[in-house]
Design a protein around this ligand. Structure first.
Ligand code: PMP
Length: 398
């Protein structure tokens, strides 16, 4: 027996995808030309599938800050926050994030993925019960597993289903509800206000992962909870630096007076190297820009309206209301793979999203917007989507 036999089915599916053209899960960027364009396979390609929501990856101030930090503090920290990797900048970023989020405390983690592991497995333990949205990101699933808590999944974005499940749960257990602000595959937002009501009714705790909504939703960019005016009911906020903040790292924030005990109780914080000086410095610079430049938010929303309206006009089915993600539904995996390849040939990179990475077996082309897209680029992209429709019609009649 081969130890990789367990992957035979998924390897077979991947081989089929390879037969259709480029490997969508190993696209190589040869050169980044800007926040919205890259050389891929020898072709100048418009990037419509990143998480560069505010377009800050080439922000000159952030680049300078990051170069300066590398010169001053070195390329890596070589250790964890509880050993030798606790630099002044980590703490400064934590204070700045806490102030931005209007929270008592904030902790910085090495990636967004680890932020969920650290927050979930830190906050919940084997004697607690976690109620998680069934469409949650892999890092939330993995954090739940690591916590050792009993895990109950409720129907995606369904506060009534959550209410029923909480009602069946015995008294005397700590109950933690975990949802996301914006779901990155379909681009739909959570009804956080309704979830907050259910949480209060049952005396539970609420954690919200605002990874994709930070900087985009809310009057000041704090996310979907700010947009729905229910931040006071969110006990724990999780986020990442890898999207709007254009760096690498993650964070958790809370008002709980004992929150900082996670610094010596949460293993994904304690037993991994702290984020690099360059990454922390660019996250700080981008946070400042995000907090002080509302035009970035206005730009991504304008682009979102333009792309969503254009796609609908071309006859595409977009999964959710206009927002930073536009997920186009296609009938099956073969069509989605063919469409994805055609778009890449046309010089547009989007994300191919197929099961098991999608809810309800959906086959999607996930498009995402950036504040750095020029409106003319969106129009150019729409022209290429028009050519894609022609190819899809030919494919359907072949
Ligand atoms: N949470 C959610 C909802 C995500 O979509 C992601 C990554 N796409 C993460 C956490 C992990 O963030 P990172 O990639 O920065 O580790």
């Amino acid at each position: 027996m081969d130890i990789f036999d367990k992957y035979a089915t998924i390897i077979g599916r991947h081989d089929k995808v390879l037969e259709a053209g480029t490997d969508p899960f190993a696209v190589r960027v040869d050169e980044m030309l800007s926040a919205t364009e890259a050389m891929i396979g020898g072709r100048r390609t418009i990037l419509l599938g990143t998480n560069n929501y505010l377009g800050l990856t080439f922000d000159p101030t952030a680049i300078d800050a990051s170069v300066e930090a590398a010169r001053r503090d070195g390329t890596g920290t070589t250790g964890s926050r509880i050993a030798n990797g606790n630099y002044a900048q980590h703490q400064e970023l934590e204070l700045e994030l806490a102030a931005f989020l209007k929270r008592r405390s904030c902790m910085v983690f090495t990636t967004g993925y680890q932020a969920n592991l650290a927050m979930i497995a830190g906050v919940a333990g084997p004697r607690d019960v976690i109620f998680m949205d069934s469409d949650s990101h892999a890092s939330i699933y993995d954090g739940c597993t690591l916590s050792g808590a009993k895990v109950i999944r409720f129907r995606h974005n369904d506060p009534d289903d959550l209410d029923r499940r909480l009602a069946r749960s015995p008294e005397g257990e700590c109950k933690l509800i975990i949802v996301e602000g914006l779901y990155s595959i379909l681009g739909d937002t959570a009804p956080l206000k309704a979830f907050a009501e259910v949480k209060k009714k049952h005396g539970a705790w609420l954690m919200v992962d605002e990874a994709h909504s930070l900087g985009v939703y809310g009057g000041e960019g704090r996310g979907v909870a700010e947009a729905q005016d229910c931040e006071a009911d969110v006990d724990f906020v999780v986020g990442t630096f890898s999207k709007s903040l254009a760096a690498i790292g993650g964070f958790g924030a809370a008002n709980h007076p004992r929150f900082d005990c996670l610094r010596f109780c949460s293993r994904p914080y304690m037993f991994t190297a702290s984020p690099s000086p360059a990454s922390i410095a660019s996250a700080r610079a981008s946070l400042r820009r995000m907090a002080n430049d509302p035009n970035l938010r206005a730009a991504i929303w304008n682009n979102a309206e333009r792309l969503h309206a254009g796609l609908r006009q071309l006859g595409y089915t977009v999964a959710a209301a206009p927002g930073p993600v536009a997920a186009i539904r296609l009938p099956d995996e073969a069509t989605a793979v063919a469409a994805w390849n055609r778009l890449l040939q046309l010089g547009v990179y989007v994300n191919l999203a197929v099961p098991p990475g999608t809810p309800n077996g959906a086959c999607l082309l996930r498009c995402s917007l950036s504040a750095a897209h020029a409106p003319a680029q969106i129009d150019e992209v729409l022209g290429r989507f028009e050519r894609l429709s022609q190819s899809l019609r030919e494919l359907a009649t072949a």
